[in-house]
Write a protein that binds this ligand. Structure first.
Ligand code: Z5A
Length: 217
């Protein structure tokens, strides 16, 4: 199936903390490059100089009073720059954009986690993205306790990681609901499986959904 309005492909990895996105980004990036695809590997919030500065503010545990609306708008400010400077140019150039998080994270964390609702997020999505949506969102699904346990082992928790488990439960439920509502655009993989199994399932799912003849074998 090829519905993309641009010559590139847009793949996003999503999931709650510690679900294994960064680990699997590296593996998928390597598989795509080995198959000869040009890959633009990026992340949100971040991916540009402005976005990385905003990421620093958004995750700073010394800014505990940030209101939900400010958080949402800063996420989209970073995204606007990311779209303009990185994502759209790469897709136009025919690259495979592989992003560690994108707008689904705003629906999950600000819309559901913070309780702002999906309507506000959808308005910003339409304003900034127009018709642009990922070709495929790979959702690494994991119980919040298990993901947070992995994340905690890394050391100091960032501002958002300090939220209580029910915040991540709401985010996880929102991700799963979105995936269930558009199964052709989402690939849900059990993030609790071992990293090799997760990587195999992701590759199999990507091959099944996108014209990836070069990844066969
Ligand atoms: N956020 C938001 O609220 N709204 C938005 O619109 C956007 C983002 C775009 C930063 O994101 C924060 O921004 C995030 C959401 C919010 N909230 N927080 N906090 P981030 O993606 O940079 O941060 P993160 O979600 O906290 O990522 P993470 O904790 O680095 O997790 P990860 O990338 O999913 O996992 P990982 O680094 O690959 O693995 C974590 C550990 O588990 C590591 O030690 C691995 O070796 C281990 N691991 C990985 N996979 C496995 C498996 N399969 N088995 C066992 N162990 C594993």
């Amino acid at each position: 199936m090829d519905r993309s309005p641009h010559p590139g492909r847009f793949l996003v990895l999503e999931g709650i903390e510690g679900s294994g996105k960064t680990t699997q980004m590296e593996r998928l990036d390597a598989a795509l490059r080995a198959a000869g695809h040009p890959v633009c590997n990026t992340r949100e919030p971040g991916g540009t100089a402005l976005g990385e500065r905003l990421r620093g503010l958004l995750l700073d545990p010394d800014l505990p009073g940030m209101c939900a609306e400010a958080e949402l708008l800063l996420m989209f400010a970073a995204r606007a720059q990311h779209l303009s400077e990185v994502i759209r140019p790469a897709l136009q150039a025919g690259e495979w954009v592989l992003s560690d998080r994108f707008t689904d994270a705003s629906f999950a964390y600000q819309g559901a986690g913070r309780g702002l609702g999906s309507g506000r997020v959808a308005e910003l999505e339409t304003w900034l993205q127009g018709a642009l949506r990922p070709d495929l969102v790979i959702l690494l699904d994991i119980e919040p306790e298990a993901g947070l346990e992995r994340a905690v082992q890394r050391g100091r928790r960032d501002r958002i990681e300090r939220e209580a488990v029910d915040f991540f439960e709401r985010a996880r439920d929102a991700y799963r609901e979105r995936a269930a509502g558009a199964p052709d655009r989402y690939l849900v993989v059990d993030g609790a499986s071992d990293p090799d199994t997760v990587a195999e399932r992701i590759l199999a799912g990507v091959r099944e959904r996108l014209p990836l003849h070069a990844l066969e074998g």
